[in-house]
Design a protein around this ligand. Sequence first.
Ligand code: UD1
Length: 417
Amino acid sequence: MKKIIIEGNKILSGKIKIGGAKNSVVALIPAAIMAKGKVKITNVPNISDKDALLEILKLLNVDVQKSSNTIEIDATNVKNCLIPENLSNKLRASYYFMGALLSRFKKVEMYFPGGCNIGSRPIDLHLKGFESLGAKITKEGSKYIIEAENLQGTNIFLDFASVGATVNIMIAATMATGTTKIYNAAREAEICNIAELLNNMGANIIGAGTDEITIEGVKELHSAEIKVIPDRIEAGTYIIMGALLGENLIIEGMIPEHNIVLLNKLQEMGVNFKIQNHKMILNKSSNLKPTNIRTVVYPGFPTDLGQPIAVLLTQANGVSLFEETIWENRMGHVKYLNMMGANIIAERQHAKIIGPTKLHGAEITATDLRAGAALVTAGLIAEGTTIINDAEHILRGYERIIKKLSSVGANIKIVEV
Ligand code: UD1
């Protein structure tokens, strides 16, 4: 087990560079195996979710060349084999191999994916999408067998604008016969990045980033290159840290438009920040106003920043109300923030955060990736020592977090126990 240890209450000053988006790269890697030729992905973040996907590629006999933040994937000799459950279980995004292998081989066998324990996380919308494209699905225990003689383009209406289902259907439809239209598609910035790679590979996709995506099937895909967009959730997390502890803290290499709703909220709270092209400069604010936050699908307030921003709300002068509408189990951080001195009353998907409260160090546990990010944020503002158990969750999505925070003045380390 890994533990993060923080001596809190240190000013953060200097530059933090944002890495490539986790939620993009975890789809770009599986999508790359559909090409007959090399796919080069640049600005790849150094996160453990990426490592888990590369392990899967090895198993599928895909050639991978790595150098610093670039990977080159050559799936010319890819084999369609069952990914062992202990591998697909390591992360949610392993389900993108369903769409990619189905598209390339017209058959895939895969176990239910893993990922953070933040809700029941069904994949019914993905499966319904594959079925609409003509696939037949059978289930043996937790294993799905998905096969199609021919994938045929069609109209698909998603009951919910699911990110995963939108991407998986887009991937599966890329080489289907005829036209597929996805209605009520998710609009996340990462979806545009994934569509861009598929188009660079020869696909014909329009409308990514809107709620209606049209995919004109093509016969095959070829070599291509893509740059991973900056991670808006990583950026948002460091922005929140800067609002609490910044002294000219510069967050660089981000796209402010991708965080517009967060920035509006911070403005409403009285956070001191400036935006200059692809960077932000933050200074600690002493008189934060409370606010109400409701997480919703993109471009609304992102569920993935709901936990980190809870820490900022503990420092606001008054009562803030928070509602999580996407995941039913995303309050894993609350118990630990309260152990550190916060005053949060949470029930199911609602929380009332009463501030301001001084936080003090404690031994706490990261229950999932973004809860872990919230606990790191809390540890940074707390008086004394904070020990965060199960820190592996955090490394799934925050590249070199210890190095990045240490370089701007945090007293933080990670130990293996
Ligand atoms: C993605 C992100 C995750 C983020 C989430 C919502 C990745 C790798 N992860 O997760 O960080 O928190 O979007 O912004 O990109 N649902 C169904 N049936 C399905 C699929 C989803 O009912 O087949 C429900 C889920 O239970 C959840 C909601 O739809 O309540 C959103 O899920 P979805 O957008 O699919 O999230 P993920 O793609 O898993």
